[in-house]
Design a binder for this molecule. Structure first.
Ligand code: ZN
Length: 243
């Protein structure tokens, strides 16, 4: 089975569509695993939710998903994020709100635990360091864990006597073996690692491997729609740089 792992779509329909097309080109996926933040920042929250739900998928809650329905507050959001969140809330249908409200905080799928931020603090914690990654190993029981939230793709690998947190090496597949792993696929809709392309990961359960991919998408199309809706300029501009 092939599982496509997507995170932080952030209402960016052009990016999400490009990723879905790329998945098809590479042989398709049996199921999508979405790591949360389907909405927030971007111009198409409803349409992204609608598109995701057309696929066989599982999804967990992200901070923006729950902020948009008022389940967590936006006190820790910066001004632009809070403004976009307020706008997002107005775009959602009753069905969208119900879907977001029913998302679980964490899920287990086979050898993987899925959490938006971290298994220790699924909604809010950013795993950005080896220390944070190592500490989080105690908070999930499966060999492997998938997280999003930071919008920065990485692989944390914990061996018997060594550990390593690094960016993926292009799209070279990583073989799953004894070492425990925490993997971030990067963000579909708002990259922050300096590469503005959309990011996602594929897990091949037969081949026992995961591979990170990057995909070009029509950034200006998303920016145009954001300007149409008067979304904050800083959010529009950052898409060009992936920062
Ligand atoms: Zn996010």
């Amino acid at each position: 089975m092939r599982y496509a792992i997507v995170a932080d779509i952030h209402a960016n329909l052009a990016a999400f569509t490009a990723v879905l097309d790329d998945i098809e080109k590479r042989g398709g996926a049996d199921e999508l695993w979405c790591l949360g933040d389907v909405v927030g920042y971007g111009p198409d929250p409803h349409r992204c939710l609608e598109l995701l739900r057309k696929y066989k998928h599982v999804c967990i809650a992200g901070n923006h998903d729950w902020a948009a329905i008022g389940r967590v507050d936006t006190a820790s959001f910066n001004a632009a994020a809070a403004e976009a969140c307020f706008w997002t809330a107005q775009q959602l249908t009753a069905e969208d709100r119900q879907y977001l409200g029913n998302l679980p905080l964490m899920l287990q799928r086979g050898d993987f635990t899925l959490a938006h931020g971290s298994p220790r603090e699924p909604i809010w914690e950013y795993i950005l360091s080896e220390v944070a990654a190592r500490e989080n190993l105690a908070y999930f029981e499966t060999p492997f864990c998938l997280v999003g939230h930071s919008h920065i793709p990485f692989i944390f690998e914990k061996g018997e006597s060594n550990e390593r947190l690094a960016g993926p090496e292009g799209d070279v597949p990583l073989a799953l073996a004894e070492n425990r792993l925490i993997i971030n696929p990067g963000s579909v809709g708002q990259s922050r690692d300096g590469d503005p392309r959309a990011a996602y990961t594929v897990y091949d359960s037969q081949g026992r491997s995961v591979a990170h991919y990057r995909v070009d998408y029509d950034i200006s199309a998303t920016q145009l729609r954001m300007r149409e809706y008067d979304l904050p300029d800083s959010l529009v501009r950052r898409l060009s740089f992936g920062r």
